[in-house]
Each structure stands twice: as structure tokens, then as C-alpha cells.
Write a protein that binds this ligand. Structure first.
Ligand SMILES: Cc1ncc(COP(=O)(O)O)c(C=O)c1O
Length: 432
């Protein structure tokens, strides 16, 4: 019966496919060496078979310490850069609704129009000036925005200057793209961390393509004044450099302002600035992997292509969650900042009370970067604090520059944990 209804040509094709499938299955059950007895045996692939840009990407110095203490019962983890609040329900509900509505398909590379409009609305509310929707490009994280920004402007033979200590992913992203990250050490003094503009200017060479400026900064909390930003912009204009402006902690300032000073306050329409942003921190969405790049609208097609050939876009349900966060998240953001301000005070006062810590309270972000007198090796000290205090801190050495003796503590956490962590740290520090 079946025979009569299937044309001869189709029968031939089916027989051929059956034979091919059998021979594939048969081959997969015989030892590798005899699959092709006439070819020389292959040696196992090693790092030398890979691109140097890939193999030279460094392992994270923070993860190194995290791995040491990850499974310790009762450890208070203040080592990674995220708060302990989970994403609020009004955000997760938007994602759930989107999934229930069947929004499970491919989508716009630049981001769904509704999210790009929400970003423009948010931007106008926070920065006080209307911006074109066409400047906003949705990315799979702040990290992907960094990656895209670097890819757009720096490659083999190019240098990018970074004030250090700095979030290590900048340097690594620059290296993965074949360019060279050049650290410009910041100064640690009684007034906290400062950037020497002359030192930054002196580091510019004919190879320099860009300045990567993160303010408020991870790990130090350094927050550039409007005048400093104007000075950096003048330097960039003088040499025709790009600025990668990572302002993801811009809302975490503790002087009562709505936000930190921004390059938006001093730039004009022709400046070469790429803004890196993320949903991760303000709205407690680190696990969602969504951020955005703000760039001159005329590069829309270039950015669309780079997204097409990497992630091909961000999930629509995650984008719906981001719209809810941007449009309805102001009171949650204020709550987080208030909580972090109190957390900062608990931590700074508690550590300074030991008499062996003198770093002033940071102006922005949610990290305290401090050195304990009598210690020099931050990795060894961070390991000791895991073992003896059961508190996890990030070693300053992971951030480069002059921070090698310091430690980074994330204070965006519940206050009883912070009080307990400080009591434990005080006991170990007293013994130094
Ligand atoms: C300075 C800085 N920029 C960008 C990011 C990227 O954040 P995400 O990839 O979670 O969006 C981080 C994360 O810690 C950061 O500290």
C-alpha cells in the first residue's frame, strides 16, 4: 500500500538517507584512530591552536578568592558586584505576561521600539534633556555594551587608556578585541581617590584611540566632578579620541542628588562618546542580562550588524521587564540607594573604628575600597579573611593600578549581614 503511494525517486532518497544514517552510527562506535587509517594521528588541541587574543584573556582575580570560600557555611559574601535584593514583582510580572502572550520569537537587533522609547523617556527624566530614541541600542548586558563599544573603535595596534584600579572586564574586553589596555594609576590620598588629568594626558600616544572612563567607579567609588569630566572631554577633543563612558552606577550617589555628574552635562552633539549602561544594578536585575549602549544615531546600522553577528538580539520578555523597570521603578531605585547609603555608613564607620583603615567614605557606586595598615598582599589577606572571619571580599590586586594592597567590599546588602561582617572583620584586623 505504502509502496504504491510513494514515488520511486522518493524511495531512492529514503534508502540513501537510511544507508547514510547507518554508516554514521556505525562509525561512531569504532575507535577514533581507525576512522581514517591512512591519515596521521592528530595531537590533542592545545592553547597554541587558538588565537592569542582568546588565550591571553586573564582569569578573574575575584573568582579566584570566591572559589576558595564559595562553599564555606555561614560565609558573608561581599565580594561580587551586586546587591542582595531580588528583582521586584512588578518587573518579573511583565516578563511572565510577555511569555504567556507568546513573545518567544526573534526580534529587532536594536531592541524593541517600546524599550528604546522607554530608554529615551528615562534618559530625559534623569538627565533633563530630550534624546532621540535612535541613540539607544539594547544589549545583552552592560558587559556586551562594553564589548560592542570596544569593537567599534579599537583593534590590533590601538591603545585604550583606563584609570586604575578599574573593573577588570574593561581591560580584558579590550585585549579580546586585539587592542591594548593601558592603565593610568589614580592617586590614593586623604581625600580618597583622585584622577591626575596631567598623567592621563601624558599617557596619550599616537596609538591611543579611546579613554575608558567609569564614574562612579568600580572598585573605588571615585565620582568625577563636572569639571573633571569637562577636562577629560577637552583632552579627548584635543586628540580626536573616543570616550567609552561607563556610567552604570550613576544613580548611586549619596549627596542627595538624583544622579552623578555625567558626560551628558558637558558634551555636545558632535562629541565621540559611547555610553555603557545596564539594567543590572539600579533595578536588581543582574541575572537578566540586559543593558544598553547609547551611541550617535548615525552608527545605527553598524551597531545593528554587530548585534546581529553576536547575540542577534535580546529576548523580548526580558525587554518587557526592562520597560516596566524604567517606567515604574523610580521608588525602587530610591529605596536601593537609601539602603546602600546606610550600608556604606555601617561599613565605613565600622572599619575606620579599627584605627587601621583610613579611606574616606566613597561618593558613589556601592563599594568601599580600603587598605588595612600592616597588610600588603591583598590576595593573601582576602584568603585569610575568608578563613578567619568567614567574610568574602575582593582583592584589590584584581583591579590593577595602585590598588594592589586594598580590598573591595560591596555594601549593597542587608544591614544585619553588614553589622555581623564588620564585627568579624574587626576581630581579625585587631590581631594584625
Ligand atoms: C563598571 C561596570 N560596568 C559594567 C558592568 C556590567 O554589568 P552587567 O554586565 O551586569 O550589565 C559592571 C558589572 O559589575 C561594572 O561594574
Amino acid at each position: 500500500m505504502l509502496r504504491q503511494t510513494v514515488p520511486i525517486s522518493l524511495w531512492c532518497r529514503m534508502l540513501y538517507l537510511t544507508a547514510m544514517t547507518r554508516s554514521f552510527l556505525d562509525m561512531s562506535t569504532i575507535p577514533a584512530a581507525s576512522k581514517n587509517p591512512t591519515a596521521p594521528l592528530a595531537t590533542p588541541p592545545s592553547a597554541s591552536d587558538l588565537r592569542p587574543e582568546a588565550t591571553s584573556a586573564p582569569p578573574s582575580g575575584i573568582v579566584d578568592v570566591v572559589n576558595h570560600g564559595r562553599t564555606k557555611p555561614g560565609l558573608i559574601p561581599l565580594w561580587v558586584g551586586e546587591g542582595d535584593l531580588s528583582t521586584p514583582a512588578f518587573i518579573t510580572d511583565a516578563a511572565t505576561r510577555s511569555l504567556a502572550d507568546g513573545e518567544t520569537f526573534y526580534t529587532y537587533q536594536r531592541g524593541i521600539p517600546e524599550l528604546r522609547e522607554a530608554l529615551a523617556r528615562y534618559d530625559e527624566r534623569v538627565y533633563g534633556a530630550p534624546t532621540s530614541t535612535e541613540r539607544f541600542f539594547v544589549t545583552g548586558s552592560g558587559m556586551q555594551a562594553v564589548q560592542l563599544a570596544v569593537r567599534m573603535i579599537a583593534g590590533v595596534g590601538d591603545e585604550v587608556l583606563i584609570p586604575t584600579p578599574a573593573w577588570p572586564n574593561f581591560g580584558a574586553a579590550i585585549g579580546v578585541n586585539g587592542a591594548t589596555a593601558v592603565g593610568v594609576p589614580m592617586d590614593f590620598g586623604n581625600n580618597g581617590v583622585t584622577l591626575d588629568l596631567d598623567r592621563l594626558a601624558a599617557a596619550v600616544t599616537p596609538r591611543t584611540r579611546a579613554l575608558a572612563i567609569n564614574s562612579p567607579a568600580n572598585p573605588t567609588g571615585w565620582t568625577a566632578s563636572r569639571e573633571e569630566l569637562a577636562g577629560i572631554l577637552a583632552l579627548a577633543r584635543k586628540h580626536g579620541l573616543w570616550i567609552i563612558a561607563d556610567e552604570i552606577y550613576g544613580r548611586f550617589v549619596y549627596d542627595g542628588a538624583v544622579r552623578a555628574p555625567s558626560f551628558k552635562d558637558v558634551m555636545d552633539a558632535n562629541d565621540r562618546i559611547l555610553f555603557v549602561q545596564t539594567m543590572s544594578k539600579n533595578w536588581a536585575m543582574t541575572g537578566w542580562r540586559i543593558g544598553w549602549l547609547e551611541a550617535p544615531a548615525q552608527f545605527g546600522q553598524v551597531i545593528e550588524n554587530l548585534i546581529q553577528y553576536s547575540t542577534s538580539g535580546s529576548p523580548v520578555f526580558v525587554q518587557r521587564a526592562a520597560i516596566a523597570a524604567l517606567d515604574h521603578g523610580d521608588s525602587f531605585v530610591s529605596h536601593q540607594i537609601d539602603r546602600a547609603r546606610q550600608g556604606r555608613d555601617i561599613v565605613v564607620n565600622g572599619l575606620r573604628a579599627t584605627g587601621k583603615v583610613s579611606a574616606p567614605a566613597p561618593a558613589g557606586a556601592f563599594y568601599y575600597f580600603f587598605k588595612v595598615d600592616g597588610t600588603t598582599d591583598s590576595r593573601a589577606f582576602a584568603i585569610r579573611l575568608v578563613d578567619e572571619a568567614n567574610v568574602g571580599l575582593a582583592p584589590g590586586a584584581a583591579f590593577g593600578g595602585g590598588g594592589g594592597e586594598g580590598l573591595r567590599l560591596c555594601y549593597a546588602r542587608r544591614h544585619d549581614d553588614l553589622h555581623e561582617a564588620i564585627a568579624r572583620l574587626q576581630r581579625v584586623i585587631a590581631a594584625i
